[in-house]
Each structure stands twice: as structure tokens, then as C-alpha cells.
Design a protein around this ligand. Structure first.
Ligand SMILES: Cc1cc2nc3c(=O)[nH]c(=O)nc-3n(C[C@H](O)[C@H](O)[C@H](O)COP(=O)(O)O)c2cc1C
Length: 326
């Protein structure tokens, strides 16, 4: 138990959020995180239609009576998803937290706020965090260069990005990217955040509804095993290194500024179900954070969160207090 502006805003016990993850953030994981006292998040766009999302929200509700959220990602996708439909499913499903990511969510804020939904926008820069604050987001998730998924194009790691966010923002923020344990949580709080958001760490848990191969790949990986792909398209993604990623990077080298999305479609399109559900680890490029280097086991979500809170408390009360004791 730890009280911060984030635990108060979202009605949760511990300041730990599970970020939306494509083909990982199903009801099973979101419910497990919420039941353990964190904030679980269902990934909206993994559900093929608003009706499917409504069903997933109902499934989650059957597994937990604690608050959980839904992620809505606004990325440059060829075919625009039915965002109004997804938002309706969220509101009608009684969900009170939405994690937005990617493009500016301004258009959707009035409807969400009217329905009493809090919005936490995920940003990779101080510039975008300030914009999120200005348009009325309730909180931001500040995602450093270390993060799995889309770190943006500025390449500012969390040791700089978080204190910069703290000296600039008025709304509360959580630290995201590279977070794994009690040390991460205390460091995030020390740098000015009100909690932390984790992606990759939550994949390597018993309840994460993904193929065992994915969990083993994360445990086996070190902090040296991620790569940045799609930088020439200004859609940079941090992914786990594999043969498909090598092929993709070779195309980036060969085609240079002429690279188009169509050139790399084999390595990036339709990859997630093959990796996450079927465990075909060489199927393509999939998001993974540098934090894989700090992940050595596959605990239950409750074991993970309890361990983080015990460790964080011990660091604050014993290690840090010991340094300042006269
Ligand atoms: C496999 C995977 C899929 C992800 N998919 C999404 C997504 O669909 N939408 C989104 O906003 N963030 C997505 N993310 C980013 C996470 O929500 C989170 O911001 C990020 O993982 C934090 O960095 P970490 O992995 O170092 O904890 C994904 C991350 C991973 C590892």
C-alpha cells in the first residue's frame, strides 16, 4: 500500500500500472494486475471491433471488482479503426480509466470526461506531455527511450526525461520504460513521478495470456538484445532482436531514404498473433524493452507486485533512511 496522486486518482492500492500491449493486454492480465492492487489495462485495438471490446470488458469485470482501464492507441494505421465505437464500448462498459497513446487524443476528451473517465496519455517527450496537460488530460505516462514499443524520435532516457517532466508539468505523471522492480519504483518517485507503468515486465508473468516461448525469450534476453526498427519511417519501435529484425534492418540499410512501409510489411504486419498466441518467435518484429535484462523469472502478477512493494518499502525505510540517519 502506498498513497500517491496516482493511487488516489485511479482508486488503486499500489502506484503500478500495466501499460496497454497489443495481443498481451487481454482481460486475464488486466484482471490479475487489478486484483493485485495495481491498474490493469485491456488493449482496445487488439479487439477487432467495439463489440469485441465490450465483451472483453465484461469478461474482465467477471474476473475483478477492482478498477481497470482500456488502452486506445492512435497510430498511423492504414485503415482507421472505429474509434467512436470503441469509446462507446468503454463508456457503456463502465470503465473509468483510459490510457491513450500515439496521436493527440484531444478530440475524444470531452466525451470521456463527461462520462467520468480519467485519461492518462502516454508521451515520449516533455513537449507532448505539456500538450497533454494543456488539452486537459488528467495525467501522463512519461515513456523514456528505454521503453519497449514506440519511444518516439528524441531518444531521451528516463534519468533526464522524468526530472524534466517534474520541473515542467502540473498534472501527475508515472514513469514508464525500463521499470521492473522496487528499485525502479523508488527511483521513479525520487525523480518526481507519482508511480510507474510497466510493459515488458508484465509479459513475463504466469497470468500473461501469451505463449510460453515469449516469456522464455524475455527471461533469456539481456539489456543488449533489443533493436530500434522503422527509424527511417519516423515510427521507431524498440523490438527484441531476431532473424526477422536483422532482415528488416538490412532493408533499412539497403534502401536508405527510399524505404517505404510496404518494403518491410513481411517483418511487421500481422506479426503479433503469430508471436504472442502461436509462439513463433522468428515471425517478425515485436516490441520488447531493454528492461528484459532485469527480468529473470516468471512469477504470478501478485508475487511480482507484492515483491515490488516490499522491496520499495525496504529501500525507502532502510537503505535510504540509513544514508540520512545522523
Ligand atoms: C509487446 C508490447 C506491445 C505493446 N503494445 C502497445 C500498444 O498497443 N499500445 C501502447 O500504447 N503501448 C504499447 N506498448 C508499450 C507499453 O504499454 C509500455 O509503454 C512500454 O512497454 C513500457 O516500457 P517497458 O517495456 O520498458 O516497461 C507495448 C509494449 C510491448 C512490450
Amino acid at each position: 500500500m502506498m498513497k500517491t496522486m496516482i493511487t488516489e486518482m485511479f482508486g488503486i492500492e499500489h502506484p503500478i500500472i500495466q501499460g496497454g500491449m497489443h495481443y498481451v493486454g487481454f482481460a486475464e492480465l488486466a484482471a490479475a494486475v487489478s486484483n493485485a492492487g495495481g491498474l490493469g489495462i485491456i488493449t482496445g485495438l487488439t479487439q477487432r471491433s467495439p463489440e469485441d471490446l465490450a465483451r472483453e470488458i465484461r469478461r474482465c469485470r467477471e474476473m475483478t471488482d477492482k478498477p481497470f482501464g482500456v488502452n486506445l492507441t492512435f497510430l498511423p494505421i492504414v485503415k482507421t479503426p472505429d474509434y467512436p465505437g470503441y469509446i462507446r464500448a468503454i463508456i457503456e462498459g463502465g470503465v473509468k480509466v483510459v490510457e491513450t497513446a500515439g496521436n493527440n487524443p484531444q478530440k475524444w476528451l470531452p466525451g470521456l470526461h463527461e462520462a467520468g473517465v480519467k485519461v492518462i496519455h502516454k508521451c515520449t517527450s516533455v513537449r507532448h506531455s505539456l500538450k497533454a496537460e494543456a488539452i486537459g488530460c488528467d495525467a501522463v505516462s512519461v515513456d523514456g527511450f528505454e521503453c519497449g514499443g514506440h519511444p518516439g524520435e528524441d531518444d531521451i532516457p528516463n534519468f533526464i526525461l522524468l526530472p524534466r517532466a517534474a520541473e515542467t508539468l502540473k498534472i501527475p505523471f508515472v514513469a514508464s520504460g525500463g521499470m521492473a522492480d522496487g528499485r525502479s519504483l523508488v527511483a521513479a518517485l525520487a525523480l518526481g513521478a507519482q508511480g510507474m507503468n510497466m510493459g515488458t515486465r508484465f509479459i513475463a508473468t504466469k497470468e500473461a495470456p501469451v505463449h510460453e516461448n515469449v516469456k522464455q525469450a524475455i527471461v533469456a534476453a539481456s539489456e543488449l538484445d533489443t533493436r530500434l526498427v522503422m527509424r527511417p519511417l519516423r515510427n521507431t519501435e524498440r523490438v527484441l532482436h531476431n532473424a526477422a529484425v536483422d532482415r528488416l534492418l538490412e532493408k533499412e540499410r539497403t534502401l536508405g531514404p527510399n524505404l517505404r512501409f510496404e518494403d518491410i510489411i513481411d517483418e511487421v504486419a500481422g506479426v503479433y498473433p503469430r508471436i504472442m498466441t502461436d509462439g513463433e518467435m522468428e515471425a517478425g518484429a515485436w516490441s520488447c524493452g531493454m528492461v528484459a535484462g532485469l527480468i529473470h523469472d516468471i512469477p504470478t502478477v501478485k508475487e511480482l507486485i507484492d515483491r515490488i512493494m516490499v522491496e520499495a518499502n525496504a529501500i525507502v525505510r532502510e537503505r535510504l533512511a540509513g544514508f540520512v540517519a545522523a
